[in-house]
Design a protein around this ligand. Sequence first.
Ligand SMILES: [Zn+2]
Length: 291
Amino acid sequence: MNLLEKLKERTILFDGAIGTVLMESGHVASRSPILLNSQQPDIVADLHRQYYDAGSDVAASNTFGGNPVKLAAEGLEQQMESLNRAGVRLTRAACPAGRLVAGDMGPCGKMLEPLGDISLEEMQYNFFRQAGVLIDAGVDLIAIETMYSLQEALAAVHGVRQAGDILLLASMTFNQTPNGFFTMMGEDIARCTSALEAAGVDMIGANCTLNSAHSVGLTTKLRAATVKPILIQPNAGQPVTRRGVTRYEQSPAEFAADAIRIKDAGADMIGGCCGTTPEFIREVAVMLAGE
Ligand SMILES: [Zn+2]
C-alpha cells in the first residue's frame, strides 16, 4: 500500500494504544512495556493482530520507549538493538498483506540543555541510532510520537533522516489553553508545522493528552496550518483509578462519533492514544465504513 496515495482516496486508520493496554493487562511489572518484546512476545504480537483485525491500516511497533537514552536510564541499554528489532518483527508477523508497519519512536526521556542535561547533538545521535535499527528491521514508515518539545521533535526528525530514506511522520502533543493549543514547551501549532515541514517530514500528527472531543478543534487548527497529510490520535479521556483499576473516561462509541467529526475537520488519518483499545479502533472503522 502506498500510504500517501491511499490517504487521498479515503481516511486511513491507525491503531490504538500499545503501552496502556499492555500495562493494564497486568503483564508489565515495570514502566517498560518494550521489555515484553523479548519476555512475552506472543502478547505483543496478539495485540498488533487485534488492531489489524479491528481495521487498522497501519500499526505501530512496541518501540515507543526504545530510545537508547531512555533504555539506559532503565539499565536496558545493552538490549537497545534486540528490543527494537523484536518490536518490528512482532508487528510484521501480525501484519496482513497490504497493511503497513510503523516504527514507533517516543521521546528520549531527558530534557535538552540548559533545562536538562542532554545536548541537541547527543539527542539527535540517539534518535539516529534507534531509527537505524527500525529501518534496518524493515518498517514501512517511522512514526515519531508524543513530542511535547519542538526541539526534540526536530532532533528526532533529523536523526531519522540521517539514518535512511523512509516515509516519516512526526506527531506533537498539545495542551488546550484559553489562548489556543500549545506544546508543554509553549510552542503553538503554526510554529510546529512550519518547522516540521522545513525539516522534511511527510506527515504531521497530534497525539495524546487531549480527548476525542477536544481533538476536533485541534484538527481544525492543524488543518489550517499545513498542507501535509495529518494524523490525529486522541486519548480516551483521562485515566481514572478506582481500587487499583485504571479506566479511561470515554467509551468506544463516544470516541468513534468524535472520530467522524475529526475526519470532517480535515484529518487524513485517525488512530488512538492512551486508553484506546482494539474495540475503539473497531468502532471507528465501523463508523468510517458507514459514512
Ligand atoms: Zn497517549
